[in-house]
Ligand binder design. Structure first.
Ligand code: DX5
Ligand code: ZN
Length: 216
């Protein structure tokens, strides 16, 4: 199943509830929430209190993308504040195995994320234990960047590897996805699409319906 996961990083925070309402009304099932700590990535975004407020008011599936150093320190906190899926970067920790088990024990879905420079082979040892691999299609840290085409080749390789193993795994892409390249990402084998700027800039409802049309 193809899933759209709009990233609120590009939303107008003054009108966050209105923006999330448009996501719900558009029939979108997921919401992508980027947590940045200013250490693993240069920028700082938002964390638990914001996720908690969103979780209280919406039934959207909360797809939390942790861009933080040593995420093992915060697994419990993110699970408790309402994350439904916790994605962490393999580059941010030495304790991937431990994190995967901790997230599972808390009853949440777990994803591993790789930056553009990290090969697919880094994710291979974990594929049987996770629900998702998030393949970054830009360097993590900022919205509004241009997709790096080589990253879609990684998606292609990962999808064929996953298929050859008979695994049922979501592959998510994040960064630089627009209406004019979303079909390329799906064709490469991604089935969860993060879109920030291309959803929350200008006409949010109009953008959502155009994406939904292309994705179904
Ligand atoms: C970037 C974040 C993305 C970001 C995507 O590090 O992980 O989720 O919001 O923004 P766009 O879609 O504008 O590239
Ligand atoms: Zn993200």
């Amino acid at each position: 199943m193809n899933i759209l996961s709009p990233s609120i990083l590009s939303a107008d925070f003054w009108n966050l509830s209105e923006n999330i309402g448009k996501v719900e009304q558009g029939g979108v099932p997921w919401l992508h929430i980027d947590v940045m700590d200013g250490v693993f990535v240069p920028s700082i975004s938002y964390g638990m209190p914001v996720i908690k407020c969103i979780d209280r008011r919406t039934d959207l599936f909360l797809d939390v993308h942790l861009m933080i150093d040593r995420p093992e320190r915060y697994v419990k906190e993110f699970a408790e504040c309402g994350a439904d899926l916790i994605n962490f970067h393999l580059e941010s920790t030495q304790k991937a195995e431990e994190i995967i088990q901790a997230v599972r024990a808390l009853g949440k879905k777990v994803g591993i994320t790789i930056k553009p420079g990290t090969p697919v082979s880094a994710a291979e040892p974990f594929l049987e234990q996770v629900d998702m691999v998030l393949v970054m299609t830009v360097e993590p840290g900022f919205a509004g960047q241009k997709l790096i085409p080589e990253c879609l080749e990684k998606v292609r390789r990962l999808r064929s590897f996953v298929r050859s193993r008979g695994l049922d795994l979501d592959i998510e892409v994040d960064g630089g996805i627009y209406l004019d390249n979303v079909e390329q990402a799906l064709e490469a084998g991604a089935n969860v699409i993060v879109a920030g700027s291309s959803i929350f800039r200008n006409d949010v409802s109009g953008n959502i319906s155009k994406f939904m049309e292309l994705m179904n």
